[in-house]
Design a protein around this ligand. Structure first.
Ligand code: SF4
Ligand code: SF4
Length: 153
């Protein structure tokens, strides 16, 4: 399945969840997850090809400077003042599904999402295992800084 179709499928799932739960915690400016990443974002080649044109020279430098940052990592693509993603329209798959998908019974999200999951067992979470299966065709995901440095050099 091409990347744009996967994006559409994720969008459909997240929209459905938001419609069924208008007070869903994920919203613009809620950036705890972008400030406490286990590692810098990982992207497959098609995701990088989509993201690359949105990156200015300044952003590329910021990404490169953030390589090997200690955990928890703040994403270099976050606008730290507004809490908004600077590349929202072309953000990686992991960012699109986080807060809305589950894997082997465990939701992928922050403590707010875990609390929602614990309080409501009617939520139709996205299937992260199926998503991984779909995206495995894109090849290995690499750190954002590795992609950035390949075009800076
Ligand atoms: S996963 Fe948590 S921190 Fe991230 S946007 Fe959703 S509610 Fe906010
Ligand atoms: S790319 Fe955007 S949504 Fe993803 S972690 Fe970075 S700032 Fe957050």
């Amino acid at each position: 399945m091409p990347l744009y179709q996967i994006h559409a499928a994720i969008e459909q799932r997240t929209e459905a969840i938001r419609e069924a739960h208008p007070d869903w915690p994920c919203r613009k400016g809620c950036d705890d997850c972008c400030r406490s990443l286990a590692s810098e974002p990982l992207l497959s080649e098609p995701e990088w090809s989509l993201l690359r044109p949105a990156l200015s020279g300044e952003l590329l430098q910021r990404i490169a400077a953030n390589a090997n940052a200690p955990r928890p990592v703040t994403c270099p693509l976050l606008d730290r003042e507004t809490g908004a993603c600077l590349v929202y329209a072309v953000r990686p798959l992991a960012c699109r599904s986080y807060g809305y998908y589950a894997e082997r019974g465990k939701v992928l999200g922050c403590h707010r999402i875990e609390a929602v999951a614990a309080a409501d067992d009617s939520i139709l979470w996205g299937n992260h295992t199926a998503l991984d299966r779909e995206t495995s065709a894109f090849g290995p995901a690499k750190p954002l800084s590795e992609w950035a440095m390949s075009v800076i050099r």
